[in-house]
Design a protein around this ligand. Structure first.
Ligand SMILES: Nc1nc2c(ncn2[C@@H]2O[C@H](COP(=O)(O)OP(=O)(O)O)[C@@H](O)[C@H]2O)c(=O)[nH]1
Ligand SMILES: [Mg+2]
Length: 290
């Protein structure tokens, strides 16, 4: 079996050398240097990696897609992805590959939740991860460490999935689409470090919100009735509250509050429209799946 270990990297000169050196034991290593301004490419090459460089920063998702195309064009059977910043331990690569080599599964996700590693996640990040994991669960129906970039997969996964995310949302995108293609997903416990020199390359808040927005988009696309039904319910609740505020003075002997009454009427109309949109999109989504 031929293995390609893929490392997307953006300004990781401090750690890329050791990650490549340790990963090399388990297969060919490909680093996608995504327009780094430091010496990531040079050090990766010195350490023995194949390097593809984007002239400007295109995003982690885009970099992974470049790597997947490379893997497909070169007859690789197993593809492993891991972070360049030293948070993942390359010595755990065989643990992720094992179920794939044995043919037991197609996609393995390294999880921080199956052993004690979760405790190492900074508290402010844990909440964000929880939100992203739960919304991925709504979109895909699986409860996994959805944002983990330490993964292994067989060739079939790359052949079947049509990924179009360019940023960090590729992690969820892959899970949602894998579920649709009936690709088998398994989790394996991994360790994770947070004492690395450059933990996050992008602002964690905008990174998280960006991923969340794309997951909501995926839910709207895959399960429109759920998303639009929920929004419609919220509209009806707002309409109910405004209706109460409009009529309450009347029952106390005064007059109906017109502004609130108009607001209530508007939200009823919005609620109906959202519900109808949900029903319509639901039929379209079903037709798309058939
Ligand atoms: N190719 C590429 N890799 C990126 C980009 N942004 C982050 N990465 C890499 O993706 C991995 C995870 O990114 P990081 O910011 O550490 O994510 P976090 O640990 O979840 O905050 C690291 O190896 C980064 O070098 C990017 O724009 N392009
Ligand atoms: Mg990191």
């Amino acid at each position: 079996m031929r293995t390609l270990i893929v490392i997307p990297a953006y300004n990781e000169e401090l750690t890329i050398g050791s990650v490549v050196a340790l990963a090399k034991k388990f297969g060919d290593v490909l680093v996608v240097d995504d327009g780094s301004m430091d010496r990531t490419s040079e050090i990766a090459r010195e350490a023995g990696a194949i390097v593809i460089r984007h002239e400007r920063n295109m995003g982690k998702g885009y970099a992974l897609r470049t790597a997947f195309e490379y893997a497909l064009s070169r007859e690789y059977d197993v593809i492993v992805t891991l972070d360049a910043d030293g948070q993942h331990n390359p010595d755990e690569i065989p643990l992720l590959m094992e179920p794939i080599v044995k043919g037991e599964t197609d996609l393995v996700i390294g999880s921080r939740y199956l052993n004690g590693s979760k405790k190492k996640i900074p508290v402010y990040r844990r909440f964000g991860l929880w939100v992203l994991n739960k919304s991925t669960k709504v979109a895909a129906g699986v409860d996994v460490d959805s944002q983990s970039g330490f993964r292994a997969m067989n060739r079939k996964v790359l052949e079947k999935l049509d990924l179009n995310s360019t940023d960090y949302s590729i992690e969820t995108d892959m899970i949602v689409k894998a579920r649709e293609e009936e690709i088998r997903i398994t989790e394996v416990p991994i360790s994770v470090r947070y004492d690395v020199p450059r933990r996050h390359k992008k602002n964690p808040l905008s990174h998280g919100l960006g991923v969340l927005a794309s997951i909501v988009g995926l839910i709207g696309y895959r399960r429109p009735l759920l998303l639009f039904g929920l929004l419609s319910l919220i509209s009806f609740i707002v309409a109910g509250i405004l209706g109460y505020l409009a009529l309450e003075p009347y029952y106390r002997g005064g007059r109906v509050y017109l502004t609130q009454a108009i607001g209530a009427g508007s939200f009823v109309i919005i609620g109906i429209q959202l519900f109808v949109a949900g029903l319509t999109l639901n039929v379209l989504a079903k037709m798309g799946r058939e």
